[in-house]
Design a protein around this ligand. Structure first.
Ligand code: CA
Ligand code: CA
Ligand code: CA
Length: 166
């Protein structure tokens, strides 16, 4: 279903989302800024215990990304490096694994009452893409339609968004 062009377009879009400071390369700072932005959206500071665990998860994702994507080891991931490694992660099916710490921390951040699932109110704090219909997004993510989004449902929709299937 995904041809090479679709994957490349997705990879470029993801790269632009990740390049928080817009300097054309991914660095540790972008991942930290992303964690801060997530926390701000959820209304917590990055210095709080939950905020710190989000920052740690994002930075550990940076570490594993940097190891696998930074082909010339200069601590900058260029768009070309990102696109190539994104394609190979998707093809080898390792992407969800690499991103799991980030997905998990973001999910836990949103799960305010800690019951292990996201209600619509909790889900709202995550969905920052402007113009999206939240109710439709919730329904789409809630694969079994029980009105709660489990971590597995959340991770799956995040993965599908990244590869352009959702
Ligand atoms: Ca950057
Ligand atoms: Ca919850
Ligand atoms: Ca569900």
């Amino acid at each position: 279903m995904n041809d090479g062009n679709v994957l490349r377009r997705c990879a470029e879009r993801n790269f632009n989302d990740l390049d928080t400071d817009g300097d054309g390369a991914l660095t540790r700072n972008d991942y930290l800024a992303l964690a801060e932005r997530r926390c701000a959206t959820a209304g917590v500071t990055v210095d709080s215990p939950i905020g710190r665990s989000v920052a740690e998860a994002y930075l550990s994702t940076w570490e594993s990304h940097a190891r696998s994507m930074d082909l010339d080891h200069d601590e900058h991931i260029t768009k070309e490096e990102y696109v190539r490694s994104f394609e190979s992660m998707v093809r080898s099916g390792t992407m969800s694994q690499v991103l799991a710490p980030m997905f998990r921390a973001t999910f836990d951040l949103a799960d305010r009452d800690g019951d292990g699932a996201l209600a619509a109110e909790e889900f709202r704090t995550l969905w920052s893409r402007p113009g999206d219909d939240l109710a439709a997004a919730f329904q789409e993510a809630d694969a079994d339609g029980d009105g709660r989004i489990t971590y597995e449902e959340y991770a799956d929709v995040r993965r599908r968004l990244l590869v352009g299937e959702a």
